[in-house]
Structure formats: C-alpha cells, structure tokens
Design a binder for this molecule. Structure first.
Ligand code: GDP
Ligand code: MG
Length: 483
C-alpha cells in the first residue's frame, strides 16, 4: 500500500510534457464555458438571489440585535436607578434568583426549586451575553423585567412569581436553544449550497474536435516519443465518433489515458519464474541504463520473496560496477561472484553457474557490460556468456532482461532493435521513470515490439523498483492521476 503511494509521488515527478501539451491544445482555440453547459445562465441568478436573501437576513438580524441592545440598555438603566444592581442582565437574574431563593426560604418554598431557578437564571444570563443569541437576550430581559415587577410588588406571592418566572426563563431558554439549533441547521445547507453553487459555476475550456486539433494532438504525441505510427493510431481512436464534438482538457486526457492503458496492458507482465533451478537471468543494456542497480533491486526483491539468489558481476570492464554490486549484494544478503577487472566475463558466468548449482540457488542474475560503441565486441561477449552457461544448462538463459533508460526517449527504440539482434531479449525493465517527463517512449515500445515490461525503476534506492501498472502509468503520463 505505502509502496504504491511512494511510487505515485515518484513516477514522473515533473509534470509530463504530454500533460502540459494537452492543456495548451484545448486552451488554444477552445472556448470557456460553464461546466453545466446545458443551463449556463441558471446557476448565477439563483446564487445571487440566495446571496441577497442571506444579506437581507443578516440585515434583519442586525436590526433585531440593535433593538434588543437598546431594550437591554434601557433595562439596565432602570435597574441601576432602582436598586443599583449590576448592569448586566446576568447579574440581575442572579440577583433575582437570590431574592427568589430568600423569599422561597421565608415562605417555606422549595429550596431545590430556588436552586433550579438560580441555575436557570445563570444559564440564561450566560446565554444573554452571547452576541448571536440575540433573542435569548430579549427573553432573558423579559424574564428579568417580570422578576423585577414581582420584586416591586413585594407580596406573599413573590416567591411563587419568581419560581414561575425562573421556570419560564428556563423553558424559554430551552425553546430558544432549540430554535437556534434549528436556525443553524437550516443555515448549513444554504451555506453549503452557496459553496457548491460557486463550485458548479466554475468554467471549463472546451474545444471542438476538428482536423486542426487532431493534428495538434498527433504532433504532441509524436513529440512525446510515442512514435509516429502509435501516435496516429491513438489519435484516430480518440477521434472516432467524436469529430465535431466539444471536448474539455479533462475529457481529452481521459480519452488518451484509456488508449494508452489499452496499449500497455498486454505488456505489463512480471518477470516469469520457472521451476528450473537455477533460473538464469541475463541482464543486458547500454552503459548507464541501470543494469547493475536493477540487479541489486531484483536481488533484494527475490530474496525477500524467499528465493535463494546468486549474482555474477559480469561487467568486468568497470571496477566500479563490481563494487556497486557487492554493496547491493550485502544489502540483499546475496553472494556476489566477482572477477578481476578486464577478465573474461564468460568464465565468471561459468563459475557462477557452478556456485548457483552447488548452493541450490533459485536464481542466478548475471550483470553484463554494455559497450555499444563496438557492437561486434558486445555481441561476441554476450554470445560467449550464453555459450558457456549452456554447457551447464542448455535451456539457459531463461530470461534476458533488457534494461532501458526511459530518459533517452526515442533512442530506447534503437536500443531494443540492436539488442534483439545480439541477444534473445525476453523482457524489459524501464529505469529512471522518476526523473523524466518522457515516458511516452514506453507506449511506442509496447506498441512496436510488444515485449513485456517486467518492472520500472523509480529511483536509485534498493526498493525503487516497481511492477509496471499500465493504468497508473497512463494516468501519470496524461496527468489524469487523482491526488
Ligand atoms: N533516478 C534513477 N536513477 C537510476 C535508476 N536506475 C539506475 N539509476 C542510476 O543510473 C546510474 C547508472 O546505473 P547503473 O546501474 O550503474 O547502470 P549500468 O551501467 O547499466 O549498470 C546510476 O547513477 C544509478 O543510480 C532509476 O530508476 N532512477
Ligand atoms: Mg553496471
């Protein structure tokens, strides 16, 4: 799970050229429209009306709050004049409650009721202090006024009146709370609706699919290393039944992604594992394509999967490659057979076959040099390796992996042609897909050669080798990936 997350962030770190190109094509000659092109004018007025209504509601609420504030100020003035009581309604209610409580005690009233009244009054006071609880304030003021009247009367029914007032205040408070809750709930969808309305209003650029647009698409795909034949076929498929229709960038991207997925699906195959022991995997490719790194990554993956692996550092041409492999081997806990610089890789391969057999290894991974500048040399070297390992097992090598650097673009196609002539390439590993915007060449490769793509390299670390996922690849290439 986390592995794929990591992969997503690594695959095509830079936004692909294809994605940028698609944006440009639709914008060039496209027309900005509402997303809901069928009813473009409907949304806006509805939204305005909703906003006006909201504004009006706000104004009413403000006026109401002002009125209440005025009433409160008046009540406060009265209270100050009469009893030098606190200015706040809260204090008044608390005071009233205390009086009520005293009166209740005198009149042998229920002490619990008085406490309840006090608590209710305190809650009402707290509520009154909240700016938005405007009506609660009004009700509290009313309760206070009633309480004050009751107090002024100073009669035997004083306690009773207080209790009633307090009870009413509590009740009103509850009603108020419920009303407030209902109001806020009623407001929620309105607000959400407004937000959604704004979102829905977002415009989209659509362009009519005509010859010009098709040509621009073809050029873009060719420029993205997808190859002429593949590009023409893909655009033709995209246009089928859509000529003259208006398409948005997103629609174009989705169409392209699905065409690419169709081409890539048949080649997305993991490296086959055979019952034969040791299964011999010859790894070929030009210098710097990532052979040695890929062998290190594969060794770890296979040994993690419970396979016993042996590595032969067959690139005896470069001392650095041997050291590099030894480091990988240590990390993966896999033995690495080496030979002195410049020695014969074929005899190393033979030794490795012996060791792998003796160890009962499941897999033997053989690294090779990749000096393409002298094709005859390379061909002879590879042929010799194959010859000697066949002395041990005539069905070997069981896999010949061609490692290709995805950043080389069209050049990768030439490399496949050359290596198919000098070895029996059975599958591909595409490296450096993390550092390129040129993934298009994979589409051309898949379309032209149909060779399985076993894995992709997405970084320099040992776990930066992933299975090839056509859909994910198509999404990354076209910029339709979610997240
Ligand atoms: N970013 C990135 N770098 C890679 C990847 N695979 C290999 N490399 C780097 O490419 C360079 C050449 O790799 P190496 O394995 O030595 O290629 P070889 O000459 O074919 O054996 C090294 O610096 C590697 O770290 C990959 O998937 N992503
Ligand atoms: Mg190497």
């Amino acid at each position: 799970m986390s592995f794929f997350k990591k992969l997503k962030t690594k695959l095509f770190k830079s936004s692909s050229k294809l994605e940028e190109g698609l944006d440009a094509i639709v914008e060039d000659g496209g027309v900005e429209e509402d997303v809901n092109a069928e009813a473009p004018q409907v949304e806006a007025p509805v939204d305005d009306a909703a906003q006006r209504e909201a504004e009006q509601r706000q104004a009413e609420a403000d006026a109401e709050a002002q009125r209440q504030a005025e009433a409160e100020r008046q009540a406060e003035a009265e209270a100050a004049a009469r009893a030098a009581a606190e200015a706040e309604t809260a204090a008044r209610l608390a005071e009233n409650a205390r009086i009520a409580s005293e009166a209740a005690a005198q009149a042998d009233a229920d002490e619990a009721a008085a406490k309840k009244a006090q608590a209710a009054a305190a809650r009402a006071a707290q509520q009154a202090e909240e700016a938005r609880a405007a009506q609660a304030r009004e009700e509290a003021a009313l309760a206070a006024e009633q309480a004050r009247q009751a107090e002024a009367a100073k009669q035997a029914q004083e306690a009773e009146a207080e209790r009633k007032a307090a009870a009413r205040a509590l009740e009103e408070l509850e009603v108020e709370k419920a009303a407030e809750k209902a109001a806020s709930e009623a407001k929620a969808p309105g607000l959400l609706g407004r937000l959604m309305g704004r979102k829905e209003q977002k415009t989209v650029v659509r362009r009519e699919l005509d010859d010009d647009m098709l040509e621009a698409l073809e050029e873009l795909l060719i420029a993205s290393d997808m190859g002429v034949d593949t590009s023409l076929r893909v655009t033709a498929n995209m246009a089928e039944g859509r000529f003259g229709k208006k398409l948005s960038t997103q629609e174009i991207k989705d169409l392209l992604a699905s065409e690419i997925t169709k081409i890539m699906e048949p080649v997305a195959k993991p490296m086959p594992i055979y019952p034969k022991r040791p299964q011999v995997v010859l790894v070929v490719g030009v210098n710097g394509s990532g052979k040695t790194t890929t062998i290190g990554k594969l060794a770890l993956q296979f040994s993690n999967a419970g396979k016993k692996v042996v590595i032969a550092a067959g690139d005896t041409f470069r001392a650095a490659a041997v050291e590099q492999l030894q480091v990988w081997g240590e990390r993966a806990g896999v033995p690495v057979l080496t030979a002195p610089e410049g020695s014969d890789p074929a005899s190393l391969a033979y030794e490795a076959m012996q060791k792998a057999e003796a160890d009962g290894a499941d897999l033997l991974l053989i690294d090779t040099a990749g000096r393409l500048q002298n094709r005859t040399d390379l061909m002879e070297e590879l042929a010799k390796i194959v010859r000697v390992i066949r002395k041990k097992d005539e069905t070997a090598p069981h896999n010949t992996l061609l490692v290709l650097d995805a950043t080389t673009g069209q050049n990768a196609l030439n490399q496949v042609e050359v290596f198919r002539q000098i070895s029996d390439v059975s599958g591909l590993v595409m490296t450096k897909l993390d550092g390129t915007a040129k993934g298009g060449v994979l589409v051309a490769l898949a379309d032209k050669f149909g060779l399985p793509i076993h894995a992709i390299g997405v970084g320099e670390q040992i776990d930066d080798l992933a299975p090839f996922d056509p859909e994910e690849f198509a999404q990354a290439l076209t910029g339709t990936a979610t997240e």
